[in-house]
Write a protein that binds this ligand. Structure first.
Ligand SMILES: CCCCC/C=C\C/C=C\C/C=C\C/C=C\CCCC(=O)SCCNC(=O)CCNC(=O)[C@H](O)C(C)(C)COP(=O)(O)OP(=O)(O)OC[C@H]1O[C@@H](n2cnc3c(N)ncnc32)[C@H](O)[C@@H]1OP(=O)(O)O
Length: 254
């Protein structure tokens, strides 16, 4: 087994961390002009807007990463400039008729939906992956701009973070996949600005189909807020194969 220092060094190379976040990833390395977009900011590292529950769970799971059974998944707004071009090219070749209607000018403003909010206002989350157990746990702190019923999360926001979690579980197992079906049972409303745990499990793979389920629970496990099952379909590479699994497991800064 690797010593802690060696594991950390390897983790840093792979974009997977077990130790304290590097200053550059926290955005401390240089002053930013207000209009600059920080594409290389890893949103899955602690930020001042994280509450104590989110921070405590981050520390707990980071500790579990030390023996290599869990890995923390980095999260950039874009996979990397080069990789996102390759990814777009693959998707556009796959859906050529849809690509014809996409506004190319607007495309330059595109960003990952869950990372498009001001820090602390929307989706704050970090995911941890256990390969042996085929699980991904997402620690999620939703912000005030995700309100639906007064004081509670919008069901669409809950669906979004569920899709992101089960989707990531499908990606690490199947590469490029798309959500074909997402079935959600809302059992109890989630208090706005609370931190919850999303536990997802890859249930089975049948050919191109990946079945992933999840539960959204309070951090003490006492309240089951939401349950979901999903079906993802692996896209069959027609032209050029793009390795999305590699890109999310070993991300490069943009
Ligand atoms: C997940 C990728 C996200 C990429 C994100 C970008 C960057 C990555 C960085 C970080 C990622 C982080 C997190 C991930 C985030 C979020 C996840 C978001 C995911 C989405 O937001 S994604 C948008 C919504 N999604 C769509 O927009 C799909 C529209 N749809 C289609 O594009 C097609 O529908 C497609 C491609 C799904 C399948 O089409 P196809 O032609 O390849 O395959 P076909 O139809 O032949 O189906 C093959 C077999 O699946 C069965 N089957 C199909 N659909 C079924 C259903 N609904 N129920 C039951 N069975 C079904 C058939 O019955 C057949 O079964 P059989 O072989 O047994 O006959």
């Amino acid at each position: 087994m690797l010593g802690r220092g060696a594991a950390r060094a390897l983790g840093a190379l792979r974009g997977v961390r077990g130790g304290a976040p590097p200053a550059r990833s926290l955005g401390l390395s240089r002053r930013l002009l207000s209009f600059e977009k920080v594409l290389d900011k890893d949103h899955s590292l602690p930020k001042p807007c994280w509450g104590k529950d989110m921070r405590r769970l981050f520390d707990q799971f980071t500790k579990k990463c030390e023996d290599g059974s869990w890995i923390q998944l980095a999260s950039y707004e874009q996979i990397s400039a080069q990789r996102s071009q390759d990814f777009s090219a693959f998707i556009h070749a796959y859906f050529p008729s849809a690509s014809e209607v996409i506004n190319k000018e607007k495309l330059s403003q595109a960003q990952l939906f869950t990372r498009g909010f001001e820090d602390g206002m929307g989706f704050e989350y970090v995911m941890f992956y256990n390969k042996a157990e085929k699980r991904i746990v997402c620690v999620f702190q939703g912000g005030p701009h995700l309100q639906g019923m007064p004081g509670f999360f919008h069901g669409g926001a809950t669906a979004t973070i569920i899709d992101a979690t089960v989707g990531m579980n499908a990606i690490v197992s199947g590469g490029i996949v798309m959500t074909a079906n997402l079935n959600i049972n809302f059992k109890s409303p989630i208090p706005l600005c609370s931190t919850v745990l999303i536990n997802s499990q890859l249930d089975k793979i049948e050919g191109r189909k990946l079945f992933v389920s999840c539960k959204v629970q309070s951090i003490d496990g006492k309240i089951l807020y939401t349950e979901a099952t999903s079906l993802f379909i692996m896209l069959e590479p027609k032209k050029k194969k793009y390795d999305l699994k590699e890109a999310v497991l070993n991300p490069l800064p943009a």
